[in-house]
Write a protein that binds this ligand. Structure first.
Ligand code: FES
Ligand SMILES: [Fe+2]
Length: 385
């Protein structure tokens, strides 16, 4: 389980992870097993599967997973593989099954719970029982309108336990995530290892060069610092008497180019939650929530290969906002898209340089304490720390 470590500057430089961990195929297989095939992974908002039969397909490290809405509120998840001879069940990334799932090869038919209900011809043998050939189930649970899957549910802790360990609970209670709706969705395939994306997310040492617009509204980012921890500020040696206030610059209230937003704050937020500006929550290995006074940003990370990673970004707003504040929504969406594209580009650039014969591993400087903590977590989970 993830434990949030106190943030503090590194007191000395630290070795970064060996370069092979970012492209070696065998190592990637090990990481799939340790991180991606055992842990709860956010996949989508439940409202994107609106009616019975609606489905979406997700790829997680070479595993194709179908999520389908059955009757009522019930969601099911299966491997996208027929029990007959292993064909995939659907080639589309989303759609609606009309009452049942029919394999495109020999037309075996499954109900929306994954039970085999029919084969097109009566099978002339006595040793075949339909009950033995249900689709391979995947664990699925929901929290606040977010759908999570687990490829090894028998061995996994309950989702709620993981959420509590990840700081998403109860800190996000006042945002009432279940009532929010997505007004922005983008899907990007990055040519980099999944850890590169996390590492970039875990430091702001890159911010002055990569995110000038972000630094303009969050001055502390312009100093290469991610954190508002007083200990960090105290230890920052560059100009200790001129360190900016944490959070937004005076007058800025949201993530837009000019820092302005006409979207009302979520009604249940405390004054403290509103004035803090923005809050980060993470649930490794694949989910980041950024909660602001007027929107919530969900980022989903899924590995497609050792050097290929899929990133989804969704921006949620109160349902009362569209129509009344469309320009406000657009301003936030455009700003976050800009920042995300800046990050994605720099992650790919990072990946490209790793294969140099001379490079073995990087070095972490004091400001990269978040990267160090992430890498220590990686090693611990792999049993190598
Ligand atoms: S492989 Fe699916 S019915 Fe034959
Ligand atoms: Fe960034």
């Amino acid at each position: 389980m993830e434990v949030k470590e106190p943030s503090h500057m590194l007191e000395k430089t630290e070795q970064s992870l060996p370069k092979q961990l970012y492209f070696d195929v065998e190592h990637f297989e090990k990481e799939l097993d340790v991180f991606w095939f055992r842990k709860w992974l956010y996949v989508c908002r439940s409202e994107t599967l609106e009616k019975s039969g609606d489905y979406q397909v997700f790829e997680i490290g070479g595993q194709s997973i179908v999520i389908v809405r059955g009757k009522g509120d019930k969601l099911s998840a299966f491997h996208n593989t027929c029990r007959h001879r292993g064909s995939i069940l659907t080639t589309e990334s989303k759609g609606c099954f009309k009452g049942c799932i029919t394999c495109p090869y020999h037309a075996w038919t499954y109900d929306l719970d994954g039970q085999l209900i029919g084969t097109p011809h009566k099978l002339q043998c006595d040793d075949f029982n339909k009950e033995d050939y249900s689709l391979f189930h995947v664990g699925i649970e929901q929290w606040e309108g977010c759908v999570f899957v687990n490829l090894n549910p028998e061995q996994a802790p309950a989702l709620r336990e993981v959420l509590e360990g990840s700081s998403l609970l109860p800190e996000l209670n006042n945002w009432n995530l279940r009532d929010l709706r997505s007004e922005y969705y983008s899907q990007m395939t990055l040519n980099c290892n999944w850890k590169i994306f996390w590492e970039n997310f875990s430091e702001c040492f890159h911010c002055p060069g990569v995110h000038p617009e972000f630094c303009d509204i969050v001055p502390i980012y312009g100093r290469g610092l991610l954190d508002e921890d007083p200990a960090v500020l105290k230890n920052h040696k560059s100009s200790p008497r001129h360190l900016p206030e944490p959070g937004f610059r005076p007058g800025a209230v949201s993530w837009t180019l000019d820092g302005q937003s006409d979207i009302p704050a979520f009604p249940d937020l405390t004054e403290e939650e509103k004035s803090a500006g923005f809050h980060y929550f993470t649930m490794r290995p694949g989910f980041i929530v950024e909660a602001l006074r007027d929107c919530v940003v969900l980022t989903r990370i899924l590995p497609l290969g050792p050097e290929k990673t899929e990133i989804i970004m969704e921006i949620l707003f109160s349902q009362s906002v569209p129509g009344k504040h469309d320009d406000g929504i657009k301003k936030i969406n455009e700003f976050l898209e800009l920042v995300m594209l800046q990050d994605c580009r720099i992650c790919e650039i990072n990946q490209k340089g790793l294969r140099s014969n001379r490079f073995t591993n990087g070095v972490l400087v004091p400001q990269e304490y978040g990267v160090h903590e992430f890498q220590q977590w990686i090693l611990r989970e792999l049993g190598e720390g």
